[in-house]
Design a protein around this ligand. Structure first.
Ligand code: BG6
Length: 454
């Protein structure tokens, strides 16, 4: 394996930091969400704000050399567009320095669905160009401040989700009819924000890299019926490749543009946007990968916009096993994802999230035997090696998701991804003790060999 390959862990702020109201942090949309019967609130997460040294020691013990964190926008700009909070910035200074002192390269993501509450309430989130400007201002300030030490950046976590109905939950959208026009406006605004930040990075620095990131759930046709194949292709083009094409060429895909014209979609396109998008350069294509899905065209109503196909036509793949949340387990899909991305765009690819959610309880004494997790990561890393050495893809590294347990995207501590157990539940915070599972020692071995022995 290449000697400069990155191995590591990847998280978001709300799923790790806790400390939701300390040291001048403002509110984000997550901070006002209540616990439910199947989830906790977001106030504590795994309290990494106070335990980052211990967590970084564990990552270093596993021989990780990269940690992808996120800067919480509302921690460093409490209102989203007002004064900067120096205490918040100082926290990330401490974390970044603590990483570097352990030989861990930092990667920073700037937005992971946690819109500052003020911008959600006053501006309807990314429906407004004011929010685009506020994001760019915040992003530039962070890149200026950390760019001497942080060389790998992402703007939007899973950027393509802003081109699906998820957009209405992750973009600070607080009012509207969730129309196709609004969906396209949100996506376009986030694209402009990304392009402006990417252009800035390359104007200001020669050694700082910025990537685009997508949530990649490759979609197979449910059968070889041509209509299933066509539906899978259309979904792929709208929800995955269009994003990559903008990153790689600065233009929306011709299939998407043709659809916009034919269906008279009205979104906030302004003439100067064309040159803004065209000016961006993307250093790497990052993506999260957990599973694949299938699409059944028989379930599609007439004239549904392809962005919404999976709302009605997703099917489980009967050839694959799944975890308890019905997420299929498909290492071959991972190889396909890497190889396809690299073949199309010839930009280095970087899987920055991979893993399997498992419901685990610690008995307070014995090591958790997470053989399924070991098998999952082993098979996926092997698939990545096939993509690299059989298919010729250029891969920058492999980051697992939440390798120290964190709450799931729905705030559910039952769905754990970690090689390290964190002793809390949805209801009880307990002592949040970190306890290595069997997979911790497996990672330690594999990473110490740079993945060569797999
Ligand atoms: C990604 C997100 O979609 O998947 C994470 O970036 C999320 O925030 C991860 O936690 C796994 O999904 P989930 O729902 O199992 O937590």
């Amino acid at each position: 394996m290449p000697k400069d390959l990155f191995w590591g862990n990847s998280v978001s702020s709300v799923q790790t930091e806790g400390a939701w109201n300390v040291d001048g942090k403002g509110l984000s949309v997550y901070d006002v969400r209540k616990a439910t019967s199947t989830s906790s609130d977001w106030h504590d997460a795994i309290d990494e704000y106070h335990r980052y040294e211990e967590d970084l020691d564990l990552m270093a013990d596993m021989h990780m050399n990269m940690y992808r964190i996120q800067i919480s926008w509302s921690r460093v700009v409490p209102d989203g567009d007002g004064e900067f909070n120096q205490e918040g910035i100082a926290y990330y200074d401490r974390v970044v320095d603590a990483m570097i002192s352990r030989g861990i390269t930092p990667m920073i993501c700037l937005y992971h669905f946690d819109m500052p509450l003020a911008l959600a309430n006053n501006e309807n989130g990314f429906m407004s160009r004011h929010t685009v400007d506020a994001f760019v201002r915040y992003a530039k300030a962070m890149i200026d401040h950390f760019g001497d030490r942080v060389k790998y950046w992402l703007t939007f976590n899973e950027h393509n989700l802003y081109f699906t109905d998820e957009a209405f939950h992750i973009a600070g959208y607080t009012s509207g009819d969730q129309s196709v026009n609004d969906l396209y406006t949100i996506f376009h605004h986030t694209m402009l924000a990304h392009a402006k930040v990417a252009a800035y990075v390359h104007q200001q620095f020669t050694d700082v890299k910025i990537g685009g990131m997508l949530a990649y759930t490759p979609i197979y046709p449910a059968t070889s019926k041509p209509n299933d194949v066509l539906a899978a292709q259309q979904y792929d083009e709208f929800v995955y490749q269009n994003l990559n094409e903008v990153y790689a060429t600065g233009h929306y895909s011709s299939e998407v543009m043709t659809y916009i014209q034919n269906h008279d979609i009205k979104f906030d396109w302004q003439v100067e946007d064309e040159s803004t998008l065209a000016a961006m350069k993307t250093d790497f294509l990052a993506f999260s990968y957990y599973r694949t899905g299938t699409i059944n065209a028989d379930k599609l109503p007439q004239n549904l916009v392809p962005n919404r196909y999976l709302n009605v036509a997703f099917e489980q793949n009967r050839f694959l096993e799944s975890n308890a949340w019905d997420w299929s387990i498909d290492p071959t899909g991972f190889r396909l994802a890497i190889t396809d991305l690299y073949n199309r765009y010839h930009i280095p690819v970087f899987p920055v999230e991979n893993g399997i959610g498992i419901d685990e309880q610690w008995d307070g004494e014995h090591e958790i035997q997470d053989d399924l997790r070991i098998q999952y990561h082993r098979d996926h890393i092997r698939a990545m090696k096939d993509a690299m050495f059989e298919d010729g893809a250029q891969v920058l590294g492999y980051l697992g998701w939440g390798l120290i347990d964190i709450p799931s995207s729905h705030g559910d501590m039952r769905k754990r991804y970690g090689a390290v157990y964190v002793n809390r539940t949805n209801i009880e915070l307990r002592d949040m003790k970190r306890v290595p599972k069997k997979s911790f020692y497996w990672f330690q071995q594999i990473l110490s060999e740079n993945g060569d022995e797999l």
